[in-house]
Design a protein around this ligand. Structure first.
Ligand code: NAP
Length: 285
């Protein structure tokens, strides 16, 4: 990490790899906008050195905490003696902070997922919704927890590897239910919210093998991917007249509570950072 003046509060994002992370750009934009004496860095940590390197970071008194990305989210939860209910439910943490000398694990991906949804469609009136979530990894788990808070009528989970979807759905119970991947097109009928929480459609990966057909007329298609900003799924949804959301809003949504927990003040309420992130993504897709 960059060597810092002793008065400057520091925080970082850790992962492996970490070069691609937009979190330093995002948090440093807010730090500058608020005129804080702070800096947010990136740190590559190998899983074999995870506990030692993370503990070393927290030995620095100016170190406020860290965001966690792949592949360390489960290790972060395991390391912290204290964890929020959300992090425990998710089985993963994307934020570690020290409070009164105690190391706490949090998960703000859930709020990051629901925030843009509520901003777009409101927080009420989801009772008649049929939600389909694709994937069975960490993002799908955060999306499931977030979607369940909306109290929808049903949540269908689909994953390329059926057993993983079944195990995850069974661990949640009603109203979450897994369906076979082979039936994916059929179960989309009447869906009001389609979420892609799989890696399919990311830059360098094959597109999701699914057509946006048969959704409810006012359906919203939410792809958690932000590289590219418009996946083939979102392009098809937009062309068909459905509402769309990409993963950039979720990235900003999880960063907002992280920033406040790290630096003790909320980030600016405006969306100015979004244009900065889009510019960076367009320059280095
Ligand atoms: P993960 O734990 O590695 O899970 C990947 C999931 O994608 C698995 O369910 C996998 O299915 C599925 N998958 C991979 N390739 C596929 C394909 N060609 N067709 C269908 N399914 C495929 O990853 P994750 O952490 O959950 O992340 C998933 C996505 O969410 C990533 O694209 C990531 O960028 C995005 N994400 C976004 C944010 C944000 O802030 N916007 C935050 C977290 C994650 P199998 O089980 O069959 O392998």
């Amino acid at each position: 990490m960059t060597s810092m003046n002793a008065q400057i509060k520091t925080a970082c994002v850790i992962g492996d790899p970490i070069d691609h992370s937009l979190s330093p750009l995002l948090h440093n934009y807010w730090i500058k906008a608020l005129g804080l004496q702070a800096h947010y860095d990136r740190l590559q940590i190998n899983i074999d050195r995870f506990n030692k390197d993370v503990t070393n970071c927290f030995n620095d008194h100016n170190f406020m905490g860290m965001n966690i990305t792949l592949p360390h989210k489960q290790a972060a939860l395991a390391l912290a003696p204290y964890a929020s209910t959300e992090a425990k439910k998710a089985g993963a943490a994307n934020l570690l902070v020290r409070r009164d000398g105690k190391l706490w694990a949090h998960n703000t991906d859930i709020e990051g997922f629901t925030g843009p949804l509520m901003k777009t469609r409101g927080s009420k009136g989801w009772e008649d919704s049929a939600i389909v979530i694709i994937g069975a990894g960490g993002a799908a788990r955060a999306a499931l927890i977030g979607a369940r808070k909306l109290n929808p009528h049903k949540i269908i989970l689909l994953n390329r590897t059926d057993e993983k979807a079944k195990m995850l759905a069974d661990s949640f119970g009603e109203p979450v239910m897994a369906h076979p991947w082979a039936d994916r097109q059929k179960v989309l009928r009447g869906t009001t919210l389609l979420v892609n929480a799989s890696a399919a459609g990311m830059a360098g990966k094959p597109a999701l093998d699914l057509r946006c057909e048969g959704l409810a007329p006012d359906a919203l298609v939410y792809d958690l991917i932000y590289t590219p900003l418009e996946t083939p799924l979102l392009a098809e949804a937009r062309a068909a007249g459905y509402g769309t959301l990409n993963g950039l809003d979720m990235l900003i949504g999880q960063a907002r509570p992280s920033f406040e927990a790290l630096f003790g003040v909320p980030p600016p309420a405006d969306d100015g950072v979004k244009a900065v992130l889009i510019k960076a993504l367009e320059a280095h897709p």
